[in-house]
Design a protein around this ligand. Structure first.
Ligand code: AMP
Ligand code: MG
Length: 470
């Protein structure tokens, strides 16, 4: 890998990480390279080798390390998590001048592995590759996939499965949990250094810890609204999976909804529905409150004053989220201008979709053609909404069909397609993986494969549960 590494995180003091090399694997095979992304990172795609991407060799300039972080998992605080199966190779500054982490996920056991083998199997690597790249193509901030290798090693889960490693790219891997690790220990000096590092990296205009909290609050409000607008359910919004950068991170049990219902949950470990579709904004605030708690000593030396200031920021979340949500959903029904009744009009549509189990993606995409009666099939559902909608569209000056085509993807990574792709790859056929990447790279266009990939699952194809992909 010919990359101009400049590793700012590795220059922080030792309590932030454990430096170590990846654990070698027997037979690396490079099966996916994201050439476009490599080029943007200033890396010659032809210099990416299976040996380096599998951790058998460390690229020149890289300083592999496991990052320490803590986190609330399903509401329970774990003071030390950290990269248990991932290593940060280092950072590069991309062609736009933005600093990016390059990380190997599945690179073997680390100082922070509590149990487990430090490995990943092919399924979750493919899932993250496809879904994170689809997210990027949808225009939503996310970590990205630079490459993927199989390792030639078996990993033992419920069955024996092929091992794989994903090369992940992120604006940084700093999480809410990164701050919690030092907040919980009362290490204010470390918090200060981490806060300075995060501000310099992500929000250079932010004023101190309170400024950082404000910036992350705004970024998360926008991110979660964007997820809602495409029917995305993250599935495991633990505080160690909420990035300070505002990028989507951790594609373990995530899923895009087919049929719309606000209470939808896929993750097999989310039995209470904590991370259900409609709960995502509330969990966003909850997580930000944990960030605020960690940052309190830096916000004000007077703890009551610190709490007041932090609360004021957190109380701003619902308005930030609400404004972004309605902006995105207005566009989904063809509107750029704002009228008081728009919220009710959107809710009227969503209510009908929920009661008729309409397909989320296809209903909105059909609006661009002016007729979603094929999706809203309950008697009277479409006609009763369409008359109000049409009246509202008549007051809209722009090209409403174009607005809707740009706001409503034709294709999303549907669960049954993702599962089918994984099954094929495990059997040695990577064609569905390649095809899925190709279709999802242009989600707002109608191409030759769109109709096929836009099709919702048949009852027998429906995926009801997703699993944290260790
Ligand atoms: P992740 O799914 O990467 O967010 O991991 C959540 C936590 O479980 C982290 O603390 C990891 O260190 C740990 N973990 C998950 N899978 C493995 C594995 N295969 N080997 C070691 N640790 C793991
Ligand atoms: Mg995680």
């Amino acid at each position: 890998m010919k990359a101009a590494f400049d590793n700012s995180f590795a220059r922080l003091p030792g309590q932030f990480y454990a430096k170590q090399a990846p654990v070698p694997v027997p037979a690396p095979r490079l099966f996916a390279v994201n050439r476009e992304l490599a080029t943007r990172l200033g890396i010659d795609p032809d210099s990416l080798t299976a040996e380096e991407l599998a951790g058998n060799a460390v690229p020149e300039g890289a300083e592999p390390l496991a990052q320490l972080y803590a986190g609330h998992q399903f509401g329970n605080f774990v003071p030390q998590l950290g990269d248990g199966r991932a290593l940060l190779l280092g950072e590069v500054v991309d062609v736009d001048g933005k600093r990016r982490d390059i990380q190997l996920k599945g690179a073997g056991r680390t100082a922070f592995s509590r149990g487990g083998d430090g490995r990943a199997w092919l399924g979750p690597v493919l899932r993250e590759y496809v879904v994170s790249e689809a997210m990027h193509a949808l225009g939503i901030l996310t970590t990205r996939a630079l490459a993927a290798v199989t390792t030639g090693e078996d990993v033992v889960r419920e069955t024996i499965l092929p091992g794989a490693i994903l090369t992940r790219v992120a604006s940084s891997h700093l999480r809410v949990g990164s701050f919690q690790a030092f907040g919980a220990r009362g290490d204010t000096e470390a918090l200060r250094l981490l806060t300075e590092h995060a501000i310099a990296r992500h929000y250079p205009e932010a004023d101190g810890a309170l400024g950082l909290l404000k910036a992350v609050t705004e970024a998360q409000a926008k991110l979660i609204a964007a997820w809602m607008s495409v029917g995305f359910i993250h599935g495991v919004m633990n505080t160690d999976n909420m990035a300070i950068s505002g990028e989507t991170i951790d594609y373990g049990p995530c899923a895009f909804m087919d049929a719309y219902h606000p209470a939808t949950v896929f993750s097999s470990i989310d039995q209470q529905g904590r991370y259900a579709y409609q709960n995502q904004p509330n969990i966003g605030i909850w997580n930000l409150a944990q960030l605020a708690t960690a940052l309190l000593p830096l916000i004000d030396t007077d703890s009551d004053a610190a709490i007041d200031k932090a609360e004021e920021v957190l109380h701003g979340f619902p308005d930030l989220f609400g404004a972004e949500w309605i902006r995105l959903f207005r566009a989904k029904i063809g509107l750029v201008t704002a009228e008081d009744g728009d919220g009710a009009l959107i809710q009227g549509l969503l209510g009908r979709m929920a009661s008729g189990q309409a397909d989320f993606t296809n209903t909105f995409r059909a609006l661009a053609k002016g007729d979603a009666s094929g999706e809203l099939t309950e008697t009277g559902a479409w006609d009763s909404w369409a008359s109000d909608w049409q009246a509202r569209l008549d007051r809209e000056p722009g090209d409403t069909a174009a607005i809707m085509r740009a706001a409503n993807p034709a294709v999303i990574p549907r669960n049954h397609r993702v599962e089918e792709m994984i099954k094929a790859a495990v059997a040695g056929d990577y064609t569905p993986f390649e095809r899925l990447n190709e279709v999802l790279a242009r989600p707002y266009e109608d191409g030759p494969l769109t109709e096929d990939y836009a099709r919702p699952p048949k009852p027998a194809e429906r995926v009801l549960r997703t699993f944290c992909g260790t």
